[in-house]
Write a protein that binds this ligand. Structure first.
Ligand SMILES: [Zn+2]
Length: 480
């Protein structure tokens, strides 16, 4: 594992005076072995929310998580679901609530219990659903994503109730969904149906990653996404490329010219009106990026500004598919039409509808040789940005730094977590904290998924410290 010193570690307030740090750390340590064995038991249940897999295993998974949540003494634990659009049941979510004491805030602890399919089992060094420890890491499907997130919530809650007892007045809601890896098809409907029960002042999402082993991170920005197709039309039907080629360019050539206008000479997105920023707080070393992406020798990186900003706070445009005849099916024809699918990642703060309109305007303005260029809008997803100056984010940064013993860093994510946008739109006043137990070597979704056990324990401690800091007033005055 490569270690890198981040250039700009986040600064956080010192909340330690009001929090029994040593007691919480000791409580987590005392039960850590049993926490890991509970995690091993969860990994043994192959709860996969995809239609092709046995739904009974997903039910078993929900039951097992409900039993673990119940064992914390939180009281009423329910398994809830809402129907999908086609009427079939959505994934089973586990919800449990400890009401807040008068005047105290409520924290919602989110994770998901469904997992990715194992994929090709021949690529695994050990059986996917039998978690085993090797060299300080626990290997198994879901060992990191996201059953460790569930156990971090449960173990932290146990530590804090054991340490603070009746004086822990913060309301806590467990919300462990069961269809995240299937794209959370009923997530928004579920939030709307159980809005009352799931509302809180802070939502802690444990489904992301730390920066490196030994360096904790708060994921503070996620890019949004719009996509769509562009079709270039030149003639009413195909004509012979020898008879007509010369004065007339074919549709793939014109489409290629149009696609070339999406980026400037350096490879930055050239569509006018898109938001962009170069303020990513972290230094992402180029050699690390090259290794992570397996970039071939000689290939130059595109764009301008810091590498982290190019990944996290600037737009990025990719062509992800094309409809033209395959080489094997090619003939001497001047092709009348060609179509490409555009995927545009959006900077935090960008309105997706405005981005979609900007793409459409760009396509119209840059249609080469007067060809008809038709843009058809596709999907749109909101970007996300944490207000890192807000009290909950400050408390989380403090808790991570205290637990790991090194300052936490603020990272972005170039991709999206679609359900975060749903949380934000349905609970606009909640402070959403995106945390996680993964590290760059966790290989979530791939063969040999694993969890670094040392960092797992620190993640639990950090979560307990966050809850204790909120209990001690870190969020400030609560609205009556
Ligand atoms: Zn996940």
């Amino acid at each position: 594992m490569t270690h890198h010193e981040p250039q700009n570690p986040a600064t956080a307030p010192d909340l330690g005076a009001n929090v029994p740090v040593a007691e919480l750390r000791g409580s987590v340590a005392a039960s850590f072995d049993s926490t890991v064995s509970e995690l091993v038991d969860l990994v043994a249940i192959p709860g996969i929310a995809w239609d092709a897999f046995d739904a009974a295993q997903l039910e078993r998974s929900a039951e097992a998580v409900a039993a673990l949540v119940r064992s914390t003494g939180i009281g009423d634990v329910q398994i809830l679901r809402v129907p999908k659009e086609d009427g079939t049941p959505g994934g089973p979510a586990v919800v449990a609530r400890k009401p807040a004491a008068p005047g105290m805030p409520t924290v919602v602890l989110y994770a998901h219990h469904d997992v990715q399919p194992p994929g090709d089992e021949a690529l695994w060094d050990s059986t996917p659903f039998t978690a085993v420890e090797r060299n300080g890491r626990l290997y198994g499907r879901g060992a990191a994503d996201d059953k460790a997130g569930i156990m971090a919530h449960i173990a932290a809650f146990r530590a804090i109730t054991e340490t603070l007892g009746e004086s822990f007045g913060v309301g806590v809601t467990f919300f462990i969904e069961g269809e995240e890896e299937a794209g959370s098809p009923t997530f928004a409907a579920f939030l709307n149906e159980y809005r009352e029960m799931l509302s809180g002042d802070v939502i802690v999402v444990a489904d992301s990653a730390n920066w490196q082993v030994g360096i904790p991170a708060l994921t503070t920005s996620l890019r949004g996404l719009v996509d769509g197709t562009v079709e270039v039309r030149v003639t009413g039907h195909a004509v012979h490329s020898g008879m007509f080629g010369g004065p007339l360019l074919d549709a793939p050539t014109l489409l290629a010219r149009l696609i070339a206008t999406f980026h400037d000479e350096r490879g930055s997105v050239a569509i006018k009106g898109l938001q962009t920023s170069d303020t990513a707080a972290l230094d992402y070393p180029e050699e690390l990026f090259r290794a992570d992406a397996n970039v071939l020798d000689g290939v130059e990186l595109a764009g301008a500004g810091s590498l982290a900003s190019r990944l996290w706070t600037q737009p990025a445009l990719s062509i992800i598919g094309m409809d033209i005849p395959s080489v094997d099916m090619s003939s001497n024809t001047l092709l009348p039409t060609a179509r490409a699918k555009i995927s545009l990642r959006l900077a935090p703060g960008q309105d997706p509808a405005a981005a979609m309109a900007a793409v459409e305007a760009h396509v119209q303005a840059n249609a080469p040789f007067g060809a008809q260029a038709v843009f058809t809008p596709g999907e749109a997803g909101q970007p996300f940005a944490t207000d890192t100056a807000a009290p909950a984010a400050q408390a989380a940064l403090w808790a991570m730094g205290e637990s790991w013993g090194v300052p936490a860093v603020e990272t972005g994510m170039g991709g999206s977590i679609p359900f975060i946008a749903d949380l934000k739109s349905i609970f606009p006043d909640a402070q959403i904290l995106v945390t996680g137990v993964e590290d760059p070597d966790s290989r979530a979704h791939s063969a040999n998924e694993s969890l670094h056990l040392g960092d797992f324990e620190k993640a639990i401690v950090s979560q307990a410290l966050l809850l204790a800091a909120i209990n001690a007033g870190a969020l400030g005055e609560q609205p009556a």
